[in-house]
Write a protein that binds this ligand. Sequence first.
Ligand code: XIL
Length: 314
Amino acid sequence: PVTLDSLAERTGRYYGSAVDNSELDDTAYADLLGTEFGSTTPGNGMKWYATEPQRGVFDFTAGDEIVAYAQAHKLKVRGHTLVWHSQLPGWLENGTWSARELRAILKKHITAEVRHYKGKVFAWDVANEIMNEDGTYRENIFYKTLGPGYIADALRWAHAADPGVKLYLNDYNVEGIGAKSDAYYTLIKQLKADGVPIDGFGMQAHLALQYGFPNDMKGNIQRFADLGLDVAITELDIRMILPSDAAKLAQQADWYGQVTKACLAVRRCVGITLWGYSDRHSWIPPVFEGQGAALPWDENLRRKPAYDAIAHAL
Ligand code: XIL
């Protein structure tokens, strides 16, 4: 059967969708995930709050469940995410840590999780959302306690735990050229010059019709590829102000086509992952009030115009 992944595969790429553990109980949804896609990312199952709920006590149940599902359906898995300011366990967020302690905590977390998923995930979002919109470092707990060196350390520890897995930095609002993507460009160039292991740059691509299409997405992907990196579109969705109508759905379809073309225009853009594939299960409505309808399948798992635009562009 023709699927988004089979179309992407013709140019050596994958087409994926994130999935949350609870969504696997929706069998119609899980079945379509397993047939249409070639890759998946746990929506929450590999985050710190889930994997180390108590200090030094690891729980990989949620991530393992998604890996098992993926293996049964021949999907690859992107690991998401090792270092992030959000969805941290309470013990970590509410503790007061010296630099020495936090460095040890971070190293232990990364080492344990990357080792556990060695050979089971092909890529890791090692650090997620580490920059502000103006291109300065986000002042998360790691930055405040350890300074910017935590990023290179995290990459080195991840590499030591699994030398074969692809290591990414990942963020939103970096699809176009601007202060934030410039900051990543500068940082990654420096990391490379310093011999720090880094393989890829992930563009989340949580786009919104009301904010306009990102400036020169293709050129932006190309400049990261030219640093010797893989680029992946990691969390694609294109939301709109509800209610949806035919005009908005047509514009959304056009944007999905444009994102697809921007990736396909660059050899080292390796694949695209939707952040969930249908409006039935999407993180958008609860987080962005009055917005939604962001995915290529609707609540009834029927294809929207966006699906055809993606298939046509692939
Ligand atoms: C989201 C999940 O989809 C939600 O279920 C959760 O409540 C919050 O996080 N950027 C990321 C993802 O890197 O981890 C986020 O996922 C969406 C934004």
